[in-house]
Design a binder for this molecule. Structure first.
Ligand code: SF4
Length: 257
């Protein structure tokens, strides 16, 4: 079981202009301000965190991918109909080539970058979908999705999951942004309230309550059934926005949705 924040570079032709791609497909955006918008997803492999509930296990805990040249990726995107492109992961910003890919797509597509908020970028981004990871995301021996000893990741994840400077930079840089929290229950709310205030304190841009989205934890329809209503009610109570996981509601945990 690989336990690395990134993925091994290929031995040959490592010219820096390729990305490890886990999936590339067209579907509907399932989460956030653009939920329901037809979108092409470019899912890179590799992450610098290890949330126990990661819904893209094969980009983090067990990364699998094919190395694709950037022009191959652009050509594949061009064969698909959507004018919105979502660059996601894993954590796409761990790869320097992601910025190049975004620059190459920027003239022709609306670009969303889905990030855990621990890294900055100067690449063109229309919507920064920033998902800071709460304490409830930290893997432990009890909740980790693998039998492998994950103690190194318990500490590493916990120490790396929040970077206020990166959060502020992402909020300021993109045309639009959202702070999207995976919520397991009411116990997460104090940390969300505190973190939103902390980011407001350092970001030179207004963060409205409507830019803060609460998304229920759950990778399957059965799991979402336990969290969805409670998280929607928390959003209403705290004045934040609720976001569904439309792809789970529609297609459960099927790949390429
Ligand atoms: S930050 Fe995202 S991709 Fe990385 S482990 Fe957490 S949920 Fe998975």
């Amino acid at each position: 079981m690989p336990v690395s924040d990134s993925v091994s570079r290929p031995d040959t032709d490592a010219d820096g202009q390729r990305l490890p791609i886990n999936e590339l497909f067209a579907s509907l955006q399932g989460e956030g301000k653009l939920a329901g918008v037809p979108s092409t997803f470019v899912r890179t492999s590799g992450c610098n965190l290890r949330c126990w509930f990661c819904d893209s296990y094969h980009t983090s805990w067990d990364p699998t991918h094919a190395w694709m040249a950037l022009d191959e990726i652009v050509a594949e995107v061009e064969t698909l109909a959507p004018t919105h492109v979502v660059v996601t992961g894993g954590e796409p910003l761990i790869h320097g080539e992601t910025a190049t890919l975004l620059s190459e797509l920027a003239d022709d597509y609306h670009l969303t970058v889905e990030t855990n908020g621990t890294l900055e970028t100067d690449a063109p981004v229309d919507l920064a979908s920033i998902s800071p990871k709460l304490a409830s995301s930290t893997p432990t021996a009890e909740n980790a999705p693998t039998d492998t000893d994950t103690s190194v990741w318990t500490e590493r994840h916990e120490s790396a999951r929040i970077d206020l400077d990166s959060l502020a930079s992402l909020v300021e840089h993109a045309e639009d942004f959202q702070l999207k929290f995976v919520v397991t229950g009411r116990d997460d709310m104090a940390e969300i309230e505190s973190l939103v205030e902390d980011v407001r304190g350092v970001a030179k841009r207004e963060i409205r309550d409507s830019d803060v989205l609460l998304m229920p934890e759950g990778q399957t329809q059965a799991a979402l059934a336990h969290t969805r209503t409670a998280v929607a009610e928390l959003a209403a109570e705290f004045g934040y926005r609720y976001t569904p996981r439309l792809h789970v509601d529609l297609w459960n945990d099927a790949p390429e949705t």
